[in-house]
Design a protein around this ligand. Structure first.
Ligand SMILES: [Mg+2]
Length: 345
């Protein structure tokens, strides 16, 4: 096996404020794994403000791991990257692409026996201004999206409530509404707001407050199911959140957890406890998004996943999997089904 890293820098269509930083572009690298002529692709795309380690350090760790591939088994090499989840995700993703191709299976079918053929996606509405946010809700519905996630808790409470009420009126009762507070409310505040919003049929609220124990405590009394996202950094964190018995969903980011195999472990833990896994990408390249799509398909969860992030990028390493009628069709050819354009090969 031999490994190459192909760096990229992809501008966003417009800079985006996350809970930690302003993101204007996505710096990353494609991982190209060659196993006797079978080429697998992985994506290294750490998110500033989320990822603990910087891109340069992760890049060098993948590079070093590549040098060991001649002598060591891939599993042993992956073990050296457990402390660098994005680096592990990149190599594990490329290796899974190779193994799936060698087995003649789509990556999703390599990960689970009966994957979904299409993955429903949500639109994420992040605009701070209420009228812009509502316009974006209408646009998403017009494009066939059936699940809308509204970012809340970064404006005044009364504005949040007005937005959610208006959004519910705008979309009718057939569209699923979700909220994501990114840990922005105190626990008591979160409970009061969630009780006020309960009549609006909200499917789930991600991170109503910060911290696994605090979210679980809110979940115990909330009329709206709560989900853990950024408060869980590892599969063990997710297991701990699931074990509280009071979270309704967990957000699974294959890139942040360390790869498709780790993501599938978290998904299995969620399923066994009746908790819904929601798979999301992190504005990674078309290769990384495709990896998340296959994991989402392998989860078997027909509710929407957060993998419609490619439209946020003004350029990409390959044609991203298209979103049509609120869903992404999962490539059925062996492997990942997304190949970087000629320049990157
Ligand atoms: Mg979230």
């Amino acid at each position: 096996m031999s490994l190459d890293l192909i760096p990229y820098d992809l501008p966003l269509r417009s800079p985006m404020a996350t809970s930690h930083a302003i993101v204007a572009d996505r710096r990353g690298a494609l991982v190209r794994l060659d196993d006797h002529g079978t080429i697998g692709w992985g994506d290294l795309c750490p998110m500033p403000g989320w990822s603990v380690q910087e891109f340069e350090s992760l890049h060098d760790q993948v590079d070093m791991a590549g040098l060991r591939l001649d002598e060591d088994m891939i599993g042993d090499v992956l073990d050296t990257l457990v402390g660098a989840p994005e680096a592990r995700a990149a190599l594990a993703g490329a290796a899974a692409d190779v193994l799936a191709q060698e087995a003649g299976l789509s990556l999703a079918a390599h990960l689970a026996p009966e994957p979904l053929e299409r993955v429903a996606v949500n639109a994420t509405i992040g605009a701070a201004d209420v009228s812009t946010a509502l316009t974006n809700v209408y646009l998403a519905i017009a494009n066939g999206i059936e699940t809308i996630k509204l970012k809340v808790a970064h404006r005044r409470v009364e504005e949040d409530i007005a937005l959610v009420e208006s959004a519910r009126r705008a979309v009718g009762d057939k569209v699923e509404l979700r909220l994501d507070a990114n840990g922005g409310w105190r626990p008591d505040e979160a409970l009061e707001i969630l009780h006020r919003l309960a009549p609006l049929d909200i499917a789930v609220c991600e991170e109503p407050t910060a911290g696994i124990d605090q979210i679980a405590a809110v979940g115990a009394e909330s009329p709206i199911p709560v989900a853990v996202d950024e408060s869980a950094r590892t599969v063990d964190d997710l297991r701990r959140a699931i074990a509280t018995g009071t979270v309704g969903a967990v957000v699974i980011k294959p890139q942040a957890l360390g790869g498709p195999d780790f993501a599938m472990q978290a998904i299995a833990a969620a399923h066994s406890a009746g908790v819904t896994p929601i798979v999301t990408s992190m504005i990674d390249s078309a290769v990384g998004v495709a990896h998340a799509v296959h994991v989402a398909a392998a989860s078997g969860v027909t509710a929407a996943h957060g993998v419609a992030t490619s439209a946020l990028l003004a350029a990409d390493v390959a044609a991203p999997l298209p979103v049509e009628d609120g869903a992404i069709l999962v490539p059925s050819i062996p492997g990942l089904g997304v190949r970087p354009s000629a320049a990157a090969r």
